[in-house]
Design a protein around this ligand. Sequence first.
Ligand SMILES: NC(=O)c1ccc[n+]([C@@H]2O[C@H](COP(=O)([O-])OP(=O)(O)OC[C@H]3O[C@@H](n4cnc5c(N)ncnc54)[C@H](O)[C@@H]3O)[C@@H](O)[C@H]2O)c1
Length: 336
Amino acid sequence: MSNELRIGLAGVGAIGQTHIERINTRLRGGRVVAATDVAAAFGKRIADRYGLEFFETGDALVSSGNIDALIVTAGDDDHEMFVSAAVRAGMPVFCEKPLAPTAAACKRIIDLETAGGKRLVQVGFMRRFDPGYRELKRLVDGGEFGAPLMLHCAHRNFSVGDNYTTPMAITSTLIHEIDVLRWLIGEDYKSVEMAFPKLSKNARPDLIDPQIMILTSVSGVRMDVECHVTNRAGYDIQCEVCCEEGYFKLPDLPSVPRLVNAGRVTPICRDWSERFIEAYNIELQEWMDSTRAGRVDGPNAWDGYAACIAADACQESREKKAVIPVSLPETPAFYK
Ligand SMILES: NC(=O)c1ccc[n+]([C@@H]2O[C@H](COP(=O)([O-])OP(=O)(O)OC[C@H]3O[C@@H](n4cnc5c(N)ncnc54)[C@H](O)[C@@H]3O)[C@@H](O)[C@H]2O)c1
């Protein structure tokens, strides 16, 4: 591996471009040098804009000999294909969340990585790198205020695209909370339940919105998460941890209140790209640092698998209107 990590990126869409920009202009120790995208004309144009070598396929990119590591920012359905190609080549790979859309697909990745005998995969659960969540975890782990008993959370979006479906509320949106809350309290889930308030007039007729996800941990911690993706208000992430002797709340981003039109207005974010900028920067800096040291320090393929097992159970709960048990096998030594 060269001194500076040479990175290839698969899928130069919205988040792919923000990752190229942050790595090539703000972070240290790595550089995106090549890319691929199924939309070739678009992909070439973006590659030219950032001065990247363009490859027509992911296989050509991975086998080119021109990259040391891969970042996967294609759509969810294509993550498995790219991650598997990298793992087969013995190449470190950072895959945006989710690792794959189903637990079965994640298991295939786990089996491949385990057979290769070296951990190579990190999953883009960037909330774990957010300074606010890290402070919450420090307080929970410190134990000074007793054990966490309940968490009240919300994941609110201004709007979503026409291709956003009801299952995506779990696989694409709530998957962030499924991962970060498991990490925050340091426990796996025992059961999940989806609950349904009155539907919003802003949701398309085929989209169930809002939804509430209720997660219960092995020791009985109850975590409710409101998911409301057509709120017409803004992007808002809330997390309150209620412990035996104290309450901790995720801080909002700093925002200057404005006195205007006889009112006090404090703007909030419009979408994800504004809310977690620092988390993405820390996440990718730490990924490059640990990759150069030959390690995976961030959320690994097992975490991606664990999240998808809970997500699959949430889908089943929505369909059956029932509490669904979550059975995650014990973490193998390979992933501890
Ligand atoms: N961590 C986060 O907060 C976060 C935020 C946004 C998106 N994401 C994840 O990032 C991924 C991309 O999201 P996006 O919003 O950038 O989507 P996008 O549609 O803007 O970009 C995806 C790109 O991948 C390309 N692509 C699709 N299939 C491909 C294939 N088989 N081979 C090569 N290129 C292919 C598309 O042409 C497109 O350019 C998704 O998995 C999404 O869940 C994560």
